[in-house]
Design a protein around this ligand. Structure first.
Ligand code: GLC
Length: 445
């Protein structure tokens, strides 16, 4: 039998041996962002800038651009190999209705989302904003106006914080790929990108979030990412910046999955509502309102945020399925917001009927599989003082012993939809021992 060694595997992956010799994992070495040492003052400033966002928990992502005209996902240009000269003609057909963003902002507000992040330029290279750098931008093409301006005004009108998504990768700019091999091309392209960021950070008032995306094909040095972030912080001293320009930035961005960052680091899980970010008219893989609410709960439980996407059509309309799902989620957040916004990281996680969030000494038990009349969970190590249904405030009776807490006298059918939340006031910060029952063998002591 042939022995397939780790070294062979690395060779196949084309990762060379330097990292092996250095004793580091090459995959980590290749993918990791530069982690600069941080002074206490820098840490304190980051906490200050992140404070509102950590309370906010729930945001709306918006993917909108020329790809919305085709309705076949925002990667359509690359995925179908459409030449740039052909693709760019679609920009003349991108004719959104006036102020479409007002409907997005109203929907976000109703859904309980506290901030919005809109694509100002996606990988296709089309700028939804007014720029001096190219004619391939909304005011000079089909839309005939600055779509980012409308978006910013709409978000602010609803009292929502404003975020800009910006793709560094650019399939339209002629230097967008050759910048990796050609220094003159890199110089031109990086100047082009930095100019966009300067325009975005200068022309729209206070911006709360800058959400970089896809840094292919350069590294942090090539993008001049340190300089980029320095400029951003200088122009927007209160802004937070994500980690997708090959620097750590202020927060991590797990995509299509919920995964807490290590330690105290801030994180936000971004997710599609069906399987696509940009409008994909045939995509019927919608999440249910229950899945969305459960995801929001899990993010809040683990101390993170949930950025949930909409993909408007080319005229700016929101797909009706999206509106219906968001409306149901909005009803839930309206009645259960106390258990989401401003919550703390929650240690208890274990139940087959529900999930948990926490604020101070209050534990929220989110029952998504409602058994009827009574529901229990094991291993709560803190004494419960009282319990109530979060929606409506009705008192819930319970019994508690060393092993479990059992809520009784509940209605036979779930009193709230899609998740019923029981708020439990505890004597101190609630904790759970996941194997308390197993260790002690109930019935044997
Ligand atoms: C990915 C995709 C992109 C999408 C983004 C959102 O990086 O390339 O299309 O905008 O995820 O996180």
């Amino acid at each position: 039998m042939n022995k397939f060694t780790r070294r062979d595997c690395l060779k196949l992956l084309g990762l060379g041996t330097a990292a092996v010799a250095a004793g580091t994992s090459p995959l980590t070495a290749q993918n990791s962002n530069v982690a600069p040492r941080e002074t206490p003052a820098e840490k304190a400033d980051r906490e200050r800038r992140l404070a509102w966002w950590k309370q906010a928990k729930f945001g709306m992502f918006i993917h909108w651009g020329v790809y919305s005209v085709l309705g076949r996902h925002e990667w359509v240009m690359e995925m179908e190999g459409i030449p740039a000269q052909e693709y760019e003609k679609l920009a003349a057909q991108f004719k959104p209705k006036p102020n479409a963003a007002r409907d997005w902002a109203r929907l976000a507000k109703q859904t309980g989302q506290k901030y919005m992040v809109m694509t100002t330029k996606h990988h296709e290279g089309f700028c939804n904003f007014a720029t001096q750098t190219t004619n391939y931008c909304a005011p000079k093409q089909g839309p005939g106006r600055d779509l980012v301006r409308e978006y910013v005004d709409a978000a602010r009108a609803e009292g929502l914080r404003v975020g800009f998504y910006y793709s560094l990768m650019d399939w339209h700019h002629p230097d967008g790929s050759r910048c990796a091999e050609d220094e003159a091309a890199r110089r031109r392209f990086v100047d082009y990108i930095h100019t966009h960021i300067r325009e975005l950070m200068t022309n729209y008032g206070k911006i709360d979030i800058l959400w970089y995306d896809v840094a292919w094909p350069l590294d942090a040095k090539g993008w001049e990412s340190e300089k980029m972030n320095d400029m951003v912080y200088k122009l927007q001293p209160d802004i937070i910046v994500n980690n997708r320009n090959k620097l750590n930035g202020d927060f991590s961005t797990p995509e299509q999955r919920i995964e807490a960052a290590e330690g105290d680091r801030a994180w936000e899980s971004c997710m599609t509502l069906n399987d696509s970010w940009g409008y994909q008219k045939a995509d019927d893989g919608w999440k249910t309102p229950k899945q969305v609410v459960r995801n929001l709960i899990t993010c809040a439980r683990d101390g993170g945020n949930y950025l949930l996407n909409i993909g408007p059509t080319a005229d700016g309309s929101i797909p009706t399925e999206t509106v219906d799902i968001f409306n149901e989620v909005g009803e839930w957040t309206a009645n259960n917001g106390e258990s989401i916004y401003g919550t703390d990281k929650c240690q208890p996680t274990r139940s087959r009927n529900g999930n948990f969030t926490r604020k101070g000494n209050t534990l929220y038990f989110h029952v998504h599989y409602y058994p009827g009349t009574s529901v229990a969970f094991a291993g709560l190590m803190t004494k419960a003082l009282s319990a109530r249904l979060l929606n409506g405030g009705e008192k819930v009776d319970f019994t508690q012993d060393a092993y479990s807490i059992n809520f009784t006298g509940l209605p036979p059918t779930a009193p709230d939809h899609p998740v019923t939340t029981i708020a439990i006031e505890c004597e101190s910060v609630p904790t759970q021992d996941n194997i308390f029952v197993r260790k002690r063998g109930r019935g044997h002591v």
